[in-house]
Every structure is written in C-alpha cells, then in structure tokens.
Design a protein around this ligand. Structure first.
Ligand code: XMP
Length: 511
C-alpha cells in the first residue's frame, strides 16, 4: 500500500492540479470533498498529511464550507492553501478580514522567513495570489512566515505542530518556488518517501474496475484518439471479454488510420473490437453539402445513428465507458466528475443508449499523465503521441463538397506532408500539421503537358493550448520536399501553398 496524502476539497478551482502536483512528487494523493469524510475517518485512514484546498468562499459566511476543528489536533501535518489557510487560522481562533483594498491577483512579490516549508527558497520570489480575504490576526500558538506588500500574513505555521498555511497558490506554475513548497511539505514535514508511481495508478484502477465491472457488459466508443484508446486499454485489463469497443470508421480518417486502430486493438491487444466501415453511409449524407457547419452537424448526427445501430445489436449494456480526462471536465465548465464529456465523437451517446452507469477511468488525469499511462500499458508511441485530430475528420479539410475522389487525394497529400515533417532531420517545433484540399483549380505543367488541377494547402501550427496558435516556421527545404512530392506523386494537384495565418484571426482548421 502506498503512503498517501489527503487533498481535502473546499471547492477551489485548482484542486485536481494540487493532486497532480503531489503525484509529480511521487506521492499518492486522494481528493475528498470536505463534507464526505469525517475527522474520525481521516484519523483512521493513515494519511501522511492533509492539504486543505482553496475555495471561493469567505470563512464567516454561514454557508461556507467548514470542518471539525478537531482535525488540527490529530497530529497529522496540514497545509492550508488560500481559503484552506484562512480556514485553519479561523478554526484556531485567528481573525480574517475582507477588504477590497488588500485583495491581490496575479504575480506578487513574496518575502519568506526561514522554516521547514520554505527550505531552499530564497527570501524574495514571485508567487501567484488570488484573494480578497486575508488573515489579519493569528492565534498565539502560530507565527507569520511570509508577507507581501499588501498581505501581512502571506504564510504562517503553528509553533508546535506541523500545521502550515499559505495565502498564495503553490500549485500553479506562476509561483516560482511552488514545487519546492509542496516538496518541502511532503518530504520535510510529512516525511513521505515518494513511493508512488504511475504503475500504481494502473494497478489500483484495474483492481477497482475488476470489482465494479464483474459480470457487466461494458461498451466503449473508440475513436482512435489518445484518450479513448488509453481508456480502452486500461478497462480491457479489468473487464477483458466483457468490454466491447465500437470503432465507427466514418472514412474521414487519415491514410491508413482505420487499419492501424483495428490492428492495434484487435490483433495486438486481442480486444473485442467492432469496426464499422461506414464511409459510404457518411458520404451519402454529405453529398452536395458545402457549408462547414452543416457538414459538422451531419457527421455528428450520423455518428450517433451508426453507433446506436451497433449498440442495439449488442443487446443490454450495463456500463458505458468513456475516455473523459480531467481537462474535459474543466472545459465543459463544471467541476463535477459526474459530468459527461461533450466530446464531438461521443457527444450525445449517453442520451441514446440505456445503461446503468458510466465508467471514466481517466477522469482525474491530465493529458501528459494519460500519455504516460498509455505508454505503460504498451500502446504504440504513434498512438500515444498522436497529434490532435478533429472529430469530423478530413471533412473540415476538404473545402466544398466531399467526394470519394477528393478524400483519396487529400489522404495522399496529407500523408506526404506528415512523412516529410516526421522524417526531417531538423527539429521542428510544431503541434499539429496537415494538408487541406481547397476547391480552387490552378493551371500547371506536368510532363510538358498543360495540367489543370487542385490547389492543396499545407498547414502547421505551434501552440500550447490550441486556443491561440502561431503558424510554424517550417524550414523551406522541408516545404520544398513536401511540395515537390505532392505535385509529382498526385496528378490531380497542380499547386501547393503554405498557410501563414496564425490563430487568431484564423482557426487551426480551415472549416
Ligand atoms: P480550431 O479550428 O477551432 O481548432 O482552431 C482547435 C483545435 O481543435 C481541433 N478541432 C476539433 N477537435 N472535434 C475535435 O475533437 C472537433 O469538432 C474539432 N474541430 C477542431 C483542431 O484540430 C485543433 O487541434
């Protein structure tokens, strides 16, 4: 059994991030809402330490989350963050003040005094603040350990027991020594040894689902993307034959991708995978459609219809499994893990299939952690580090009507461009790169003959979050090789252009 730390959730927006930062230090973190665990349970659970999270409330509000003050006497080290720090001070008899003129937001200069929590941290550094309330008076047995210009008690500790509070947020990267603060708490104060690893997450999750999914029929919509693939591989270890993965191949995937997904899961992992080759069905629905939003809508709806037809054939489903990851929950604007991901590929599925429960084994993890799990489960690197691909697939990269022929042409051009980037000896800092087939024709010369064919566009972007993106400065010789090969190998294309528009004003995809 791993040593573990409790993250006591008071409703803050960074709670999962705190747990993730603890995991980064190789310590297992368990998040529990403050009203779902008692002081007695905490005492009996063998936690090495407790972290009180932040929260949007004010401690004097009647409705604000509180906890049994007895927790301060359990002898378990505690670190309170933001609201959590105010709550500790309040429970121990200190005073909190709410004064707009003392509120702080953003990067703030912090001055610390030497103590176990600030070991190896310089006297002055930057921290991230986000508060209006602050501790204005500490109880006798506590002392101030840090200040800022506006905040007289930016950190404190109890003189005799391992109780600490920080008004700033050590879990966000803007806090220069945030990692060190958490490290000091976990290792200097809680005396953790750092015995947790990602394999422990896998074992724990498999054990949990082995019990939960016993004799249950589990259905998962596999898109071939990272998240649903990792969820499938993980749940397969727990449910084995009882897990059926349905892979709707709408024909709008990249060259060879459908076969790659099928080979990986069916042949390599021996999973129960149903691949539905629905290209004709999708192309029929898309015939004559040129308006981008209309295309997207048709694909989304048809996806659900195809999935529904297949699910009906499988009979009663007990559990619907999804590859929801933590950021999906945040992005849908809700901090409740019961929320179902409104991902394009699976959006709407819970409404059309009847099932008893949902399994989301990755819902606490961040993308890089999901990738690590994928690699540990033996998924190919190609899949684990796959670049993002839109649910509507190549349909949003073919301008104008989508036909079988245009799909074939684009798949070839896209494969060539990706090969040239992947095979380049120069390191290219890019996060997504693909080809687009425009509906513009252009005159060219091929083999001394006049040619009249498509203009293809190449697109590559560099970005952290895809909300904004820079067009990637791809070396000219790589662009040249890609252009020569596309023009030479694909007779229907007579011209290649490179898209030099960032986002904004453009979006990453052309449609
Ligand atoms: P845009 O074009 O909106 O793209 O700048 C930002 C990122 O999102 C991807 N994208 C999608 N992903 N379903 C998805 O799962 C979609 O409908 C969709 N549309 C765009 C796009 O590839 C880029 O990475």
């Amino acid at each position: 059994m791993n040593e573990k730390v409790l993250v006591l959730d008071f409703g803050g927006q960074y709670n999962q991030l705190i747990a993730r930062r603890v995991r980064e230090q190789k310590v297992y973190a368990e998040i529990k809402p403050y009203n779902k665990i008692s002081c007695n349970d905490i005492n009996n659970a063998g936690y090495k330490g407790i972290i009180f999270t932040g929260g949007p409330n004010s401690v004097y509000d009647e409705s604000s989350p509180h906890f049994d003050p007895e927790i301060l006497n359990l002898g378990i080290p505690i670190l309170g963050i933001c609201y959590g720090a105010q709550l500790i001070a309040y429970m121990a008899g200190g005073k909190i003040l709410s004064a707009a003129e003392n509120s702080e937001y953003g990067n703030t200069l912090l001055r610390v005094k030497e103590n176990a929590l600030f070991d190896n941290i310089p006297e002055y550094s930057d921290c991230f603040m986000s508060h209006t309330d602050y501790v204005c008076a500490l109880p006798d047995e506590y002392e101030i350990t840090a200040t800022t210009n506006k905040c007289p008690v930016a950190a404190f500790c109890s003189k005799k027991s391992g109780i600490y509070g920080v008004q700033f947020h050590p879990e966000v990267t803007h806090t220069q020594y945030g990692k060190a603060v958490l490290h000091n708490f976990l290792f200097n104060v809680c005396k953790c040894s750092g015995d947790w690893k990602m394999e422990d997450f896998i074992d724990r999750t498999v054990q949990k689902y082995k019990a939960e999914l016993k004799n249950k029929k589990v259905l998962l919509a596999l898109s071939g993307g990272v998240d649903s693939s990792v969820a499938a591989a993980l749940l397969h270890k727990a449910a084995g034959e009882n897990l059926t993965c349905v892979f709707v191949d709408h024909g709008l995937l990249r060259k060879g991708e459908g076969d790659f997904v099928e080979n990986t899961f069916k042949d390599k992992f021996g999973m129960n995978l149903v691949r539905i080759n629905a290209e004709d069905r999708f192309l029929k629905k898309l015939a004559g459609v040129t308006e981008p939003e209309h295309k997207r809508k048709i694909i989304g709806e048809e996806f659900i219809r195809v999935f529904e037809d297949e699910a009906k054939k499988l009979g009663k489903i007990d559990v619907l499994a999804q590859g929801t990851i933590y950021t999906d929950i945040i992005e849908s604007g809700k901090g409740d893990s019961a929320v179902i991901k409104s991902h394009h590929n699976v959006g709407g599925l819970p409404d059309i299939i009847s099932f008893e429960s949902i399994a989301e084994p990755l819902s606490d993890l961040f993308k890089d952690e999901v990738r690590e799990v994928g690699l540990k489960l033996g998924l190919p690197r190609e899949l684990v580090f796959r670049q993002p691909f839109p649910g509507p697939g190549l349909a949003v990269r073919i301008i104008g009507e989508i036909t079988k022929e245009k799909l074939r042409i684009l798949k070839e051009a896209d494969a060539i461009f990706r090969e040239e980037i992947d095979g380049s000896t120069e390191k290219i800092d890019t996060n997504q790169y693909f080809a687009v087939l425009t509906d513009t024709y252009s005159v060219g010369v091929k083999g001394d003959m006049r040619a009249y064919g498509y203009v293809a566009a190449l697109r590559a972007v560099t970005t952290d979050d895809f909300m904004t993106a820079e067009w990637t400065r791809i070396p000219y010789d790589v662009l040249e090789r890609a252009s020569n090969r596309i023009n030479g190998e694909i007779k229907e294309i007579t011209r290649v252009v490179y898209d030099i528009t960032s986002k904004p004003p453009a979006t990453v995809e052309w449609e």
